[in-house]
Design a protein around this ligand. Structure first.
Ligand SMILES: NC(=O)c1ccc[n+]([C@@H]2O[C@H](COP(=O)([O-])OP(=O)(O)OC[C@H]3O[C@@H](n4cnc5c(N)ncnc54)[C@H](O)[C@@H]3O)[C@@H](O)[C@H]2O)c1
Length: 374
């Protein structure tokens, strides 16, 4: 396998997850590239120390510019708070490296557009992280929508729910502060997940009405004090898309206060002749609707039918760590020109399109009106 040398900037929750996905790359059987983690940059020495367990890492630094200056790094993955996306992503591109950028791809629409301009100016290969559609159920829902077998599309729901913010004692982090998460709050946090498949299908909202909600206005800081939390925590976006020349309602749901949910990404597409429903809350199950004299919702266990094949037995379950690895396989194979019709990661243009939806949602909530997207 061709080795691609990777640097990670931001070794927190996602930085460690990605490093772990590389460590079990041997599970993949139909890829011709292999990521090798060589460098990590993070501000926190204890965070950097975790990466000492990975033998291939030769550079651990508190200054990401040192990582970018290294000729040993081909591709950079950046997972830092949102207010740092724009400056660090653009530095990566100007350093002549390819980039897998974490969502939301800048903290607001202006920021996302400036990153896209830098992508176009430098010509680097860039994709935005969004792993949930790599679940077999997500892939099947996409394929069914593309097949045209659903008939006339009646309604679409796409969303992401979790509930960890219902715990009022949970310490605040940067994701609960607009200055670092961005004014979009939960839209920035979970919105790309909800938008990826609809945007890939060309289902960009033409107009929308948004309802945004906040949770707890302050939280403990973990050091005995309370700190303000000002981000939107739940967002319901009632949008219109055009499918086959007809206006169709599509609801995008992003919630950090969804009772009982842990990390549920879901999509439902209903048509006059068929329908499909998938949620990671029940990760093997695909629900398919069949019309006719009698109407049926059928449920099947999909097993381990990932886009990139693995040694894992077909009867086993797919989980978060697997789809993260699948997304990386897609990123690296597409970078080599070897995607061969398989599902690709979110593009910079799709990331900007998602920010156009978030910006319209903020405007809609503020004005209490329907907003038309340009
Ligand atoms: N794809 C997904 O499912 C998913 C899930 C969670 C988070 N995310 C995204 O990943 C990104 C990071 O989120 P996280 O949950 O890993 O956050 P985190 O707070 O756990 O980690 C962020 C890391 O960035 C480091 N950092 C901050 N400033 C830095 C700098 N100047 N140079 C180097 N390192 C710096 C911090 O020390 C920290 O270790 C965000 O964009 C977030 O939206 C994606």
């Amino acid at each position: 396998m061709k080795k691609i040398r990777i640097g990670i900037i931001g070794g927190g929750l996602m930085g460690r997850e990605i490093a772990s996905a590389f460590s079990r790359w041997c599970a993949l059987t139909d890829v011709t590239v292999k990521p090798v983690l060589v460098a990590v940059a993070d501000l926190v020495p204890e965070t950097l120390a975790w990466f000492e367990r990975i033998d291939s890492v030769t550079l651990l630094t508190r200054d990401y510019r040192e990582l970018l200056a290294s000729s040993e790094v081909d591709v950079v993955y950046v997972a830092v708070p949102h207010h740092l996306h724009e400056s660090i992503y653009i530095d990566v591109l100007r350093a002549g490296k390819d980039l897998l950028a974490e969502k939301p791809f800048g903290m607001d629409l202006g920021s996302a557009r400036r990153i896209l301009a830098a992508v176009q100016e430098t010509g680097r290969f860039v994709r935005c992280s969004s792993e949930m559609p790599f679940f077999p159920g997500g892939q099947r829902a996409l394929a069914m929508a593309q097949s045209g077998k659903l008939g006339r599309v009646l309604e679409v729901v796409s969303g992401f729910h979790h509930s960890s913010d219902l715990d009022a004692s949970k310490p605040a982090n940067w994701k609960r502060v607009s200055a670092m998460c961005g004014e979009g709050g939960v839209l920035n946090d979970l919105g790309m997940h909800a938008c990826h498949i609809p945007l890939r299908l060309g289902w960009r909202p033409s107009r929308l009405f948004a309802q945004l909600q906040k949770g707890f206005s302050q939280r403990p800081d973990g050091k005995g004090n309370m700190v303000p939390c000002d981000t939107w925590d739940n967002a319901l976006l009632h949008t219109w898309i055009v499918v086959g020349g007809v206006d169709v309602p599509m609801r995008l749901e992003m919630k950090r206060l969804a009772p009982g949910e842990t990390n549920s990404w879901f999509i439902e597409i209903l048509g006059t002749e068929g329908g499909v429903r998938f949620s990671t809350a029940d990760p093997k199950a695909l629900h398919v609707f069949e019309g006719g004299k009698e109407q049926w919702w059928k449920r099947t266990d999909l097993g381990f039918s990932t886009p990139f094949k693995t040694v894992t037995g077909g009867i086993f379950e797919v989980g978060f760590a697997d789809v993260i690895q699948q997304m990386w396989a897609a990123f690296l194979m597409e970078r080599e020109g070897l995607l061969d019709g398989r599902f690709g990661c979110a593009t910079p243009e799709e990331a900007v399109a998602s920010h156009e939806v978030f910006a319209a949602a903020l405007q809609s909530h503020l004005r209490g009106t329907v907003v038309t997207l340009g």
